[in-house]
Design a protein around this ligand. Sequence first.
Ligand code: FNR
Length: 179
Amino acid sequence: MKLVAISGSLRKHSFNTRLARLMSRLAPDGVTLEALTLHGIPLYDGDLEESAGIPEAVEALRGRIKAADGLILVTPEYNAGMPGVLKNALDWLTRPGEEMKPTFGGRKTAIAGATPGAWGTAFAQAGALINLRQLGCELYPGYLRVSKTGERFDEAGNVDEKLEEQVGKWLEGFVSFVG
Ligand code: FNR
């Protein structure tokens, strides 16, 4: 089984990117999980689409999503919503309109997120549900909400045992949902 986890943060030391990489490391036997970021995707602009078509970085990302059996969005929370960087990527990925269904329709999708705050990106994840339903994804009903990241990750990518257990268990659930 192939899974793809997309981090919604461009920051080098992003907790969400570190969480996506932790998922890769904890993927069960027989599962490969690719951790991706959204670098190189321009802001959506209908004029740019008309003059230059879909950017290469968007098509490359679409290819990774289509090749995967399941998709995980690892979202930071900005002002109680997903960051523009992630929403922008989702918007590009639904262009041209006929690409929305093959990219997202019926795709087994999970939402995860990490924050130094207390609520594990719960608001951003709740908001993302509306967008992902619109895209036609088949949503995994379990959410991975990682809070207090400052105390749980270090720069070298080490994490506390409890977090490993939380992520590993959640991943097992998603893997059986993807089937
Ligand atoms: C934040 N942050 C934040 N955290 C949170 O739990 N709820 C929120 O509503 C917000 N709002 C917010 C707005 C903006 C503009 C910024 C820059 C930050 C803090 C955020 O969770 C923190 O910066 C994370 O470290 C961002 O994720 P990465 O980059 O570490 O993956």
